[in-house]
Design a protein around this ligand. Structure first.
Ligand code: GAR
Length: 210
């Protein structure tokens, strides 16, 4: 399963996916292309260092969202991409894009959805006084962080946490969970019944997906 990874920032999740692929823990998924909507994103350097096509498609260069998405789809098609991973990609995709990859677009979000969707989820959890938060990997639908949940890991919120410290601890879990989900999806171990997603046991990251 050829995967396109969409990024906007530092790309630590991309780094985790690349490391999993190098370790043989992503197969049968392979990362075919990395696309950033932000020029100069550190994620592009990570992709290039791993020998992956690293492409910038700057959303600001397009007249509207539809034109931006047409460019994304063309680049993904060029690399024969079959599934898309949003790894810190901070643009909302329209249903036109999403319908091109039915149940083949996953996003990682630093909270236990449906709590704290959108931007700055760790700060939202702190401001709310939550005692536990975590990471969610989910299918992407037309909403903001609303699609069917594939897997989650909980992370306790500590009294001394600020948003950066909390996000860092969430990312430790996120960097394990996201590659495990991508591998399971590629291996055909993910079943969907309406909103309820089941991941069959097995695979390199199986202990993450309980
Ligand atoms: C990740 O923690 C991801 O969950 C979050 O952005 C971070 C990107 O980090 N995404 C969202 O908040 C989406 N709503 P990275 O660029 O180092 O992978």
């Amino acid at each position: 399963m050829k995967v396109g990874v969409l990024v906007s920032g530092r790309g630590t999740n991309l780094g985790a996916l690349l490391a999993a692929e190098a370790a043989g823990a992503l197969a049968p998924a392979t990362i075919a292309v990395v696309i950033s909507n932000r020029p100069g994103a550190l994620a592009l350097d990570r992709a290039a260092a791993a020998g992956k096509p690293a492409v910038t498609i700057d959303h600001k260069a397009f007249a509207d969202r539809a034109a931006f998405e047409r460019a994304l789809l063309a680049e993904l098609a060029r690399h024969e991409v079959e599934a898309v991973v949003l790894a810190g990609f901070m643009r909302v995709l329209t249903t036109t894009f999403i319908e091109r990859f039915p149940l083949r677009i996953v996003n990682t979000h630093p909270a236990l959805l449906p709590a704290f969707p959108g931007v700055d989820a760790p700060a939202q959890a702190l401001a709310h006084g939550a005692k536990v938060t975590g990471v969610t990997v989910h299918f992407v639908d037309g909403g903001v962080d609303t699609g069917p949940i594939i897997a989650q890991r909980a992370v306790p919120i500590l009294a001394a946490d600020d948003a950066a410290a909390l996000h860092h601890r969430i990312q430790v879990e996120e960097h394990r969970l996201l590659p495990a989900v991508v591998q399971a999806l590629a291996a055909g171990r993910v079943a969907v019944a309406g909103r309820v997603v089941t991941v069959a046991p097995g695979g390199p990251g199986a202990d993450q997906l309980v």
